[in-house]
Design a protein around this ligand. Structure first.
Ligand code: CAA
Length: 284
């Protein structure tokens, strides 16, 4: 029986911070690792602010917040991952970055530690093959914002061990999430459906069918989406949207997944969405 008691999260950004947040709240001891102690500490400050929002909204108590914060430690170097049972990588959505991280951390991890990627579209089987433990590797894909969104997509690589998969299921259920299982194909389920919708919204703008505001309002009020496609793309990050479209286009070799040239142009301009202060909307 594989049991997960302690968790390491690699990447203290929006996704990594959210994963560390929900894991600590569910009772796991969590080490949050990033390239520097300063970034990991900043990540924990952001988590503290988000826990506060949950206290203000009566979602959790002040003592739940304090207990979660006490379980969260910023990692001062990769050594902090040496004793954890599960590591979830939530770094940039770039395959070479993820591969480099796995090469760096695998020699430090316990031999039986489970290694998971929060990748939103890259092949789990291929990522696993770049590690020393393909049978203890899988995809655990969270949605943004992690503390609010109920879904976790679990993705089994070709070599993933059944006991590892079951332990990861139990972990995600303990976080209070609803699980879906996706086979390992580009974009899995959520992004196979969501990203072409966002890309099509950008084509709709590019071809002059409607303005950003009219397309967003149409989808919010006409399809009951909580955010319009441009608001959502800015929220996810346009670089992430482009990377996912490229994975779909390359992996499925179908022109229907061609990234819209306007999306490419925005990313080339550095207009990456909310995090950059500018995307389809201006946040400055
Ligand atoms: N941490 C904790 N709580 C948070 C939070 C966070 N990071 N972000 C929002 N909240 C809470 C707020 O405090 C608020 O709580 P109360 O109800 O207690 O007031 C609640 O969530 C709603 O937030 P807001 O009032 O600020 O705003 P909203 O009602 O407009 O909701 C939203 C914001 C939840 C983001 C909503 O707009 C939404 O659901 N948008 C769609 C998000 C979505 O589709 N995400 C998936 C993206 S795809 C993905 O992640 C996969 C991928 O691989 C790219």
């Amino acid at each position: 029986m594989v049991e997960i008691r302690t968790v390491g999260v690699v990447g203290a950004g929006q996704m990594g911070g959210g994963i560390a947040h929900v894991a600590a709240l569910a009772g796991y001891e969590v080490a949050l690792y990033d390239v520097s102690l300063e970034l990991a500490t900043k990540g924990i400050a952001k988590i503290a602010a988000n826990l506060e929002r949950q206290v203000a909204g009566d979602k959790i108590s002040a003592s739940d917040r304090d207990a979660a914060l006490a379980r969260l430690k910023p990692a001062d170097g990769v050594g902090a991952l040496a004793s954890v049972d599960l590591v979830i990588e939530a770094a940039t959505e770039k395959e070479e970055v993820k591969r480099r991280i796995f090469q760096q951390i695998c020699p430090i991890l316990k031999p039986d530690a489970i290694l998971a990627s929060n990748t939103s579209s890259i092949s789990i089987t291929r990522l696993a093959s770049g590690t020393d433990r393909p049978e203890r590797f899988l995809g655990i894909h969270f949605m943004n914002p992690v503390p609010v969104m109920k879904l976790v997509e679990l993705v089994r690589g070709i070599a993933t061990d059944d006991a590892v998969f079951e332990a990861s299921k139990a972990f995600a259920l303990r976080l209070g999430k609803t699980l879906t299982v996706s086979e390992d194909f580009p974009g899995f389920i959520v992004n196979r459906v969501l990203m072409p919708m966002i890309n099509e919204a950008i084509y709709t703008l590019h071809e002059g069918v409607g303005t950003i505001e009219s397309i967003d309002t149409s989808m919010k009020l006409g399809a009951n989406h909580p955010m319009g496609p441009f608001q959502l793309a800015d929220f996810i990050g346009l670089d992430t949207c482009l990377s996912i479209m490229q994975v779909l286009h390359d992996g499925l070799a179908d022109s229907k997944y061609r990234p819209c040239p306007l999306l490419v142009k925005y990313v080339e301009a550095g207009w990456l969405g909310r995090k950059a202060g500018r995307g389809f909307y201006d946040y400055r």
